[in-house]
Structure formats: structure tokens, C-alpha cells
Ligand binder design. Sequence first.
Ligand code: SF4
Length: 262
Amino acid sequence: MTDLGQSYPRYLEPGFTPFDPLALAGRTEEIVCQGDRRKYTKFYCPGVYGGIATGYTCGCCLRCIFCWVNWSRDFPEKYGFFASPADAFHRLSRVARKAGVDQLRISGAEPTLGKSHLLALLEKVESSPFRLFILETNGVLIGADADYARQIARFKKVHTRVSLKAGTPQAFTRKTGAKPESFELPFRGIENLLKAGASFHVAAMTADPRFVNKQERQSLIDRLASIHPALVSNLEEEVVSPYPTTLERLRHAGVRLAPNER
Ligand code: SF4
């Protein structure tokens, strides 16, 4: 099989069938990973974090309705090119040198797909002159694999940003398409990172009442506080930005973006 088949939605539409994100992760890895090579769509230096050389990965295990990532998330077989850990590091280094920055990042869809690729890349970063590497993730795979968190924690230059999508199981399914029982996986990912002593913080769309109401926000905060109070004080609360891909996915899902007022 060369694509995702019929078992998983590309993007959410009304009446979708909730899916197992770990099964989707496995299926997507068959498309975007070959040995320790992994698919990327581009490398460049955006202005976020004060300028950071970034590799944009291809393919994800969720289907968030507010996702800004290009269509490589939905159709990973059609986009991107394979890069080895050495090639990805070389591309990141070149972009960083050209832009005069000393920090690197992997973002885009879900960077933790392809564990062997990511860990080999982090080895290269750790022994390089670069100061910091930011790993952005939805936390699903780290929640299913405590060893993944321990491996990431070995790298002192790596800081992980775990982006939570919802505060209740029902909202998680509505916004990501994943089955409600998988709601706990990102929280388990946070527990695993904490236990492993990794450098990380948590982000959520909790500053956007169009997507997270007061009760859901409180529920998310209570769940984080039950793990560790510092997770709440360090919570990065953000809003949904109206990127063209975001608006298109919202349209498919039948959701209208109202003005942003709490
Ligand atoms: S927002 Fe992140 S976790 Fe959600 S579908 Fe997009 S890339 Fe995946």
C-alpha cells in the first residue's frame, strides 16, 4: 500500500469515524520513514523564537481542525523528500549559518514520527556548536513510549514543547479526530518527560475562547496541575491563527471561525 488507504480521514468532515492515533502513526511512518531517513517538506529560518533554523516534517497522527501545516499532513505520500539524520543536520546547519542564528528546530507536522531518525539527529545536534534545539510535538508517541522520553532527556541541548489540543476526551475527539480514550496519551507524554528529567514546557490553545471554553480550559489546567503545579505556571496559552490551511480545514469540518472575543 502506498498511501493511507480508506481507514483514516485526511481531514475531518462532519460524521467522521474517530481513529486510533497510534495506528495512524504507524501507518504514516510506513509512508514518511525509510530506515532512519524521514520525509521533510522544507528547511528555512522563520522569525519565531527570535529566528530559528527549522526543518518541516511530513505526516501526523492527529487531524486537528485548526492545524496550520500544509497539505503534506493530509497527503504525506504526495509531498516531501527523504533526508537522513546527517542530511537533515547539514540542511539545518546551512540555514542557521546563513541566517546567523544558533538554534535549531523540527516542526511542521509530527516530528516524533520516525524515532530512530529523530534520535540520530539529536545526537548530531548535541555534539555540535549549536546552542539549542526545540522539538515541537503533540506528545502522543512520547505518551505511548516512556523510553522515548528517556532518550530525549539524554540531550542537554533539547527543549521539548508539548502542544495539547483539548481539555476533555470529547473535545479531543471533536478537534483532532482521535478516539476519546487517546485523550490521555499527551498527558502521559508530559508525565514521561517529567519523570525522565527532560527540559520541556506545555502549550495549548486555551487563550482562544472560540476553541476552548472556560470549563474546558479549567479542566485542562486541573489535569496539568494534578501532574505538577509548575506545568500550569509555565503554560504557554495561544490562539488559533487564520492561516489559509487552517481556514480550509475548518471549512471542511463545518466550523466557522467567529471573531476572537472572550
Ligand atoms: S496541529 Fe499539530 S498535532 Fe494537530 S494535526 Fe497539525 S501537526 Fe498534527
